[in-house]
Design a protein around this ligand. Structure first.
Ligand code: AMP
Ligand code: GLY
Length: 422
């Protein structure tokens, strides 16, 4: 089969790497890709990255399956554009992707169908938001409605901070148009976990639980990023809790969408808070997580291609649950100086060749490029080092040992990935 992966991050490097393991994959393409991906997949030269132009490319090349990484393409309707041409593509339609592209859509759906989540209100004018926030008090959470690459959420510890965030969002100063409508939400406390499920309509298969570290600073402090590291499995999520999440959150959400006339195909990613009164939804994403994918796929023993095809073809209910390597996997992200603000890039990266050959270590590229055959940094998150170990500590020791062998100017990584699990 010919497979095309869309995206350019560590998640897409992990997807390409795993899909290549399938005996049924004869050739693999990735657009736009990155330096690491270009070593294991073909990178097409496509001038116009619109959904229709990508669909035209896939059609002309006879691509049998396309797998979409980033939410932006899904929100733009890439799945609809491919399906109009009769092409097989893994991901939700534009309508289904609203679960991520509009927080107001997701919250209203959850409220309507009784899916556990924080109490919320939606506002488009500051005066009403202000009255509500002053009455509710802090802590309180302010969220831009639209896609904001992780920068649209402010967990406010005072009313003043909440009002400032609401005003910044509504005036467009926080994240532009994405913040012209906001969700104001009850603060939830507890441990966070990411549960990803492969879905087709109301059928689904849960993937192994994982947890990411969203903030830049150690001890989970400082501004949010795309994710600075992750680990899997998550010790607090046992089989009983997984069943509870499936029965109270994942399946009810798929059924709710079905009731609304929307069929969901692809990954449903539930970001959950494990509160004293049970798991509650913090957010939905409509795709594989990054860097969660970089700790989930190294543990996957089942053929990924088969799982994705079964999802696209509506055969998930015929499959046994995926098989997992029992060993834990961790991923530590090496980022550029300045990230999550403006990263300083263009610096040579040393050491990748050495650590790539280590057993049970995976070097996933994100913001990398080749310049005159030299590997250089080209983005905020540069590389993700994933490692499997007999226990979490062994996996972490190996990942950190690998990072010591790696260098580029301004390289930063968190030294406390997995601290909650230890
Ligand atoms: P989101 O983009 O909605 O996942 O929010 C980003 C991060 O903000 C989450 O991973 C949480 O750490 C935090 N957060 C979001 N909503 C809440 C909430 N209602 N209560 C507490 N923390 C939250
Ligand atoms: N790791 C968070 C995300 O993929 O959105």
């Amino acid at each position: 089969m010919k497979v095309l992966v869309i995206g350019s991050g560590g998640r897409e490097h992990a997807l390409v790497h795993k899909l290549k393991d399938s005996t049924k994959v004869n050739s693999i393409w990735c657009y736009p890709g990155n330096a690491g991906i270009s070593c294991i997949a073909q990178i097409p030269n496509i001038a116009d990255p619109s959904p229709s132009s990508l669909a035209e490319f896939a059609d002309s090349m006879g691509i049998d399956l396309t797998v979409v990484g980033p939410e932006g393409y899904l929100a733009e309707g890439i799945v609809d554009a491919f399906q109009e041409r009769g092409l097989v593509i893994f991901g939700p339609s534009k309508a289904a992707a609203q679960l991520e592209s509009s927080k107001a859509f997701a919250k209203n759906l959850m409220a309507k169908y009784g899916i556990p989540t924080a109490a919320h209100r939606v506002f488009s004018d500051f005066a009403s938001a202000k009255a509500y926030i002053e009455n509710a008090g802090a802590p309180i959470v302010i969220k831009a409605d639209g896609l904001a690459a992780g920068k649209g959420v402010v967990v406010a510890n005072s009313t003043a901070e909440a009002l400032a965030a609401a005003e910044a969002a509504l005036t467009g100063a926080l994240v532009g148009e994405a913040g012209r409508r906001i969700v104001v939400e009850e603060f939830l406390s507890g441990e966070e976990v990411s549960i990803l499920a492969l879905c087709n309509g109301t059928n689904c298969l849960l993937l192994t639980p994982s947890q990411d570290h969203k903030t830049i600073g150690e001890g989970d402090t400082g501004p949010n990023t795309g994710g600075m590291g992750a680990y899997s499995p998550v010790p607090v999520v046992d089989k009983a809790l997984e069943d509870e999440i499936l029965n109270t959150i994942i399946e009810p959400t798929l059924k709710a969408l079905h009731q609304e006339g929307i069929k969901y195909t692809g990954v449903l990613y539930a970001g959950l808070m494990l509160t004293k009164s049970g798991p509650k939804v913090v957010e939905f994403n409509c795709r594989f997580g990054d860097p969660e994918t970089q700790v989930i796929l190294p543990r996957l023993k089942t053929d990924l291609l088969e799982l994705l095809l079964a999802s696209c073809e509506g055969r998930l209910h015929l499959l046994p649950p995926p098989e997992w390597d029992p060993r834990p996997c961790v991923c530590v992200i090496a980022a550029s100086k300045g990230y999550p603000g403006t990263p300083e890039t263009g610096f040579p990266i040393n050491g990748v060749d050495r650590i790539e050959s280590w057993d049970d270590v995976y070097v996933y590229h994100a913001g990398t490029a080749f310049q005159n055959q030299q590997l250089i940094t080209s983005g905020g998150r540069v590389l993700g080092i994933s490692s499997l170990g007999n226990d979490m500590q062994a996996a972490l020791d190996k990942a950190y040992q690998a990072l010591e062998d790696l260098s580029f100017e301004g390289m930063y990584y968190r030294k406390d990935i997995g601290w909650r699990a230890l």
